[in-house]
Design a protein. Structure first.
Ligand code: FE2
Length: 277
């Protein structure tokens, strides 16, 4: 496990026992990393555990409940690689789903999973890297809500423009006709500031109208905060058979480009509507 482009020290994955009974210490370590960084890295103690077992144990340990399949994918769950547990496999071999990033090695910009749902709904993601790409495919993390708080304290009007209901449209490219959802990029919910930040080319920012110029400034500032070297950004190289917990409503994530033959990069993903606190 290595970490780069940041001042933080190397991250030790939290080892999860398959039986969550008495695993309070592991749960505590995951929760405190998630609270501090908006993500946490884990492995499983049993080297023979399957990916779905590793995901299910971690979800149980954190009380995340069952994996959630977003409504637009639920109708054609198999086409998008979702299994009966609600986990979907993301692999270089899956080329026929039509999802812009699931079957390719292209870099993906920052986004939050489930942005076609309302802000705050798909609160957590678990990713299990069954096989990491032999080359590239590093995970990038952008602590979007932390960066937004800085913007809000320095440019309150620009920040406010990202909170209006017409700020950000997210587009799902896998459907004909395409489907989209428009809403705020940030919102002060009861649980705190939450985001659906997306800057991966599948989004449309509203730059016309009354707040257009302010919003353009706000997006440009946030993009600066998400660049390599920014204190709000972490780049992680995650090894095979390692998991990543993402607090989706506080951090955005992406990946660098990778090269992998079919079957050489296999990820399992679960989405959850519960927050890790
Ligand atoms: Fe994602």
């Amino acid at each position: 496990m290595s970490i780069f482009g940041t001042t933080r020290a190397a991250i030790d994955p939290v080892a999860i026992p398959l039986d969550p009974t008495g695993a309070d210490r592991a749960a505590q370590r995951l929760r405190s990393a998630a609270r501090r960084d908006g993500f946490a890295v884990f492995t499983v103690e049993d080297a023979h555990a399957s990916g779905p077992q590793a995901m299910a144990s971690t979800a149980a340990l954190l009380g995340l409940g069952r994996a959630y399949v977003p409504a637009i994918y639920a109708r054609e769950a198999q086409r998008f690689g979702y299994d009966s547990d609600g986990f979907n496999t993301i692999s270089a071999a899956v080329t026929d789903s039509g999802h812009r990033y699931f079957g390719t090695g292209a870099a993906q910009g920052f986004h939050t999973d489930g942005t076609l749902e309302g802000i705050g709904v798909v609160a957590s993601s678990l990713l299990w890297f069954e096989r990491a790409a032999p080359e590239g495919g590093h995970t990038t993390i952008f602590r979007a809500t932390e960066a937004f708080e800085v913007l809000r304290s320095t440019h309150p009007a620009a920040a406010a423009s990202l909170m209006s209901n017409d700020a950000l449209t997210r587009v799902a490219t896998s459907f004909q006709p395409q489907q989209s959802t428009t809403g705020p990029a940030f919102a002060d919910l009861e649980v705190g500031l939450r985001t659906r930040w997306a800057d991966d080319g599948n989004e449309i920012w509203t730059f016309n109208g009354e707040s257009g110029q302010l919003r353009e400034l706000a997006v440009a500032r946030m993009r600066e905060y998400s660049r390599p070297g920014s204190p709000f950004r972490t780049d992680l190289e995650i090894s095979s058979r390692t998991g990543l917990l993402l607090c989706n409503t506080r951090v955005a994530h992406g990946r660098t480009a990778f090269h992998a033959e079919p079957g050489e990069r296999i990820l399992l993903r679960g989405l959850y509507t519960s927050e890790v606190r």
